[in-house]
Design a protein around this ligand. Structure first.
Ligand SMILES: C[S@@+](CC[C@H](N)C(=O)[O-])C[C@H]1O[C@@H](n2cnc3c(N)ncnc32)[C@H](O)[C@@H]1O
Length: 166
């Protein structure tokens, strides 16, 4: 399966992201996979255009993982996002992947289920490692309570990096 969406600039993603985050639901996927430079230029927005990947939820114990693939266009800022199975998937089992979104700085605590943060980084997620996490866009965002139900659930969709968990 490929994560398909409208290709937009990060400036537009910042603008739309603020609106989506306020509603607690987002279909943005940052294309921050260029290992040569910090930062990135584009994001995918699957809100209004895309395919069935639009419906894939996050799980802390997922059965899919992302791989970046360059097809025809070799611009390092513009990979395709492919989702591959990483374990046996039973018929009718929900497909999930780990969004791997790390909150960089927590600025306020709203209540037990939501926290607000001023910056976040999206792990490249290329091989599932946590190295190479990059600071990305400045954004006001709400961390949504994770409802994946996994035994190792991290509780929030936007998780604290290891240095800030104590
Ligand atoms: C790409 S959409 C996933 C599909 C979406 N659930 C739907 O019904 O259209 C991402 C959004 O789904 C919700 N979501 C995904 N995984 C979640 C989880 N494990 N716990 C709570 N909300 C989740 C969040 O609102 C997130 O911003």
């Amino acid at each position: 399966m490929e994560y398909i969406g409208e290709i937009i600039t990060i400036e537009e993603a910042d603008h739309r992201g603020a609106i989506y985050d306020a509603g607690g639901i987002t279909y943005l996927f940052d294309l921050d996979y260029n290992e040569e430079v910090d930062g990135y230029k584009y994001a995918l927005d699957a809100t209004h255009s895309g395919n069935v990947s639009h419906f894939v939820n996050h799980s802390c114990d997922p059965n899919l993982d992302t791989r970046v693939v360059w097809v025809n266009n070799l611009d390092p800022f513009m990979p395709h996002i492919a989702l591959f199975a990483i374990k046996h998937i039973k018929m009718n089992e929900e497909l999930t992947f780990d969004y791997k979104i790390n909150v960089q700085r927590i600025t306020a605590s709203a209540n037990g289920s939501q926290i607000s943060c001023s910056e976040r980084s999206f792990d490249s997620g290329f091989d599932g490692s946590t190295t190479g996490a990059k600071e990305t866009r400045e954004a006001k965002t709400l961390a949504v309570t994770c409802r994946c139900g996994a035994h190792n659930c991290r509780q929030f969709l936007y998780s604290l990096p290891p240095s800030q968990t104590s």
